[in-house]
Ligand binder design. Structure first.
Ligand SMILES: Cc1ncc(COP(=O)(O)O)c(C=O)c1O
Length: 319
């Protein structure tokens, strides 16, 4: 970061940002890419480009873009969501086809399908690739709807499934990935897609105040993330599985099935989640809830095997 060559990215003159955008576009099999400050902004910019105000964006009911972005989709893009069940993390193709025909009966016109891979609330599950293609067919049948893929953790899906990120992104018009989170960059996300879509996204990034100047300083960390942090996600996945085994041993009724933990996320039910979080916090372990009585643990680069064994011990003694 200290040695990054920089320029004014508002004029497209930052060589490090450009290198990152090119490297990312190639990595996910798209023609162009845009560096944005956050995953939320990447999702919002995609909505603003692909989903006109007042139109329907079809999405899973627990997806980040629906639940977590401070209501941004309503305020920034003015879209209405048509929510499809995403219990297993994927969307039902029939739900998408139905939304396509519902527009004939007083419902808003669908404009976009939003997917999340890996799907965090379902436990960080990667989509089976066949399901992605079924959904792409449904989107095509529902009036040729474009797909926006929230791939905040797309590389976790790549590592867990062995399917290259470019193939996972192929059915989508746009794909967003975070360079932070598991890839460890301090800041930054990417949005990739066709050149004309990314040109429009560049404009919308400016509208949202996301245009940056000598951003090469942070883009440099993004390049390191992309080049050196993907393969090691397998360690996070292995450690999450170990945590899931400890949870399943301690609370067999928690719905935590270690075999289903394929990435860096462990989600389980606990009747007094608040007390459990307090207990973990006193031992220096940060965890959170994602729904009532539903706890989430995440692993990442700075949680090593010894840390995981400590958590296992603390969980065994937890209320
Ligand atoms: C699936 C998903 N999408 C988007 C985001 C937004 O990323 P950011 O926190 O960089 O805005 C997150 C953040 O946790 C996420 O989990």
């Amino acid at each position: 970061m200290a040695e990054a060559e920089v320029g004014d990215d508002a004029y497209g003159e930052d060589p490090t940002v450009r290198a990152l955008e090119e490297a990312f576009a190639e990595r996910v099999g798209k023609e162009a890419a845009l560096f944005v400050p956050s995953g939320t902004m990447g999702n919002q910019v995609a909505l603003r480009v692909l989903a006109p105000p007042g139109s329907l964006a079809i999405a899973g009911r627990r997806q980040h873009v629906v639940v977590y972005e401070n209501g941004a989709a309503a305020r920034n893009a003015g879209v209405q969501f048509h929510l499809v069940d995403d219990y297993d993390g994927t969307l039902d193709p029939d739900g998408i086809r139905w939304a396509g025909t519902a527009a004939e009966h007083h419902q808003p016109r669908p404009s976009l399908v939003c997917l999340e891979n890996t799907h965090m609330p379902a436990g960080g599950v990667p989509w089976p690739v066949e399901r992605l293609y079924e959904v792409a067919q449904a989107a095509a049948a529902a009036g040729g709807l474009p797909i926006h893929l929230d791939g905040a953790r797309l590389f976790n899906a790549e590592v867990a499934t062995g399917v290259p990120a470019a193939d996972l992104a192929a059915p989508a018009t746009t794909v967003m990935c975070c360079l932070s989170k598991g890839l460890c960059a301090p800041v930054g996300s990417m949005l990739a897609g066709p050149p004309e879509v990314i040109a429009a996204a560049r404009f919308e990034r400016g509208v949202l105040g996301g245009q940056m100047r000598q951003a090469g300083v942070i883009a440099a960390a993004g390049l390191v993330a992309l080049q050196t942090m993907v393969e090691r996600l397998a360690d996070d996945h292995r450690r999450a599985r170990r945590l899931a085994e400890a949870v399943a041993d301690r609370w067999p009724e928690s719905g935590c099935d270690p075999a289903s933990v394929r990435t860096n996320c462990v989600v389980f039910r606990h009747p007094s989640a608040g007390a459990l979080l307090d207990h973990l916090r006193t031992e220096g372990i940060a965890a959170g809830t994602i729904a009532p009585a539903t706890v989430r643990l995440m692993t990442h680069h700075d949680v090593d095997d010894a840390d995981v064994e400590l958590v296992v011990k603390v969980l065994a003694a937890a209320p």
